[in-house]
Design a protein around this ligand. Structure first.
Ligand code: 2AM
Length: 186
């Protein structure tokens, strides 16, 4: 396990795709352009990510099983094109999404979900709607096309810990796994 973990009985964890610095800057520009039209709370740039699987509270002594499960996932690097923004009324978020399906991303999610079920972390499957949240607590907004579109080159996935501080959520990447082309896996 990563160094620097303070002893705690449980941890709030999620698997995610973490943007590169350039990808994060691109998201921040989109967010800034939208901010005059969106009434809501802008997500801090350092917390922007695409959630693969939100686990919530996990007992610390189960984290090694989680790391082992992630070690076993196999996926080649892939790209995502974010070409639209969407408002979800119930969670009150505005996020960017891909309208073209990304089979590798769905396959990575599927492997992860299967591993989580097999290892007893979860009991049932859930629908996966990839998105990167840019605003929260939004009361009303209209969907639209993103111009220009944003591109992510996904080279790794991460296990992230979430801590809620008075100043807001702090996300710490605990571990990350590179995505490897088939030739590199043989
Ligand atoms: P989202 O709101 O951007 O969809 C870490 O908490 C991340 O996990 C959040 O950014 C959130 O992504 C996602 N998540 C999914 N289900 C969640 C839940 N029940 N509680 C908190 N976060 C959740």
């Amino acid at each position: 396990m990563s160094e620097g973990l303070v002893p705690k009985k449980t941890r709030r964890l999620f698997f995610a795709l973490w943007p590169s610095e350039q990808e994060r800057q691109d998201l921040t520009s989109v967010q800034a352009n939208m901010s005059t039209k969106v009434e809501g709370r802008a997500v801090r740039a350092d917390t922007m990510h695409l959630t693969l699987y939100f686990l919530g509270s996990v007992e610390t002594d189960r984290v090694n099983a989680l790391l082992a499960l992630a070690d076993g996932l196999r996926c080649a690097p892939f790209s995502i094109e974010f070409d639209r923004y969407i408002y979800w009324r119930k969670p009150q978020i505005v996020s960017v999404q891909n309208s073209k399906p990304v089979p590798q991303l769905m396959d990575l999610y599927q492997q992860l979900e299967t591993g989580l079920i097999t290892s007893g972390f979860i009991t049932k499957t859930a629908k996966f709607s990839p998105h990167v949240t840019l605003f929260r607590k939004v009361k009303n907004f209209l969907d639209g096309d993103l111009m220009p579109v944003l591109h992510w080159q996904v080279q790794r996935f991460c296990l992230v810990e979430s801590n809620t501080l008075p100043t807001g959520a702090v996300y710490t990447v605990l571990s990350e796994w590179p995505l490897l082309a088939q030739a590199a896996m043989d």
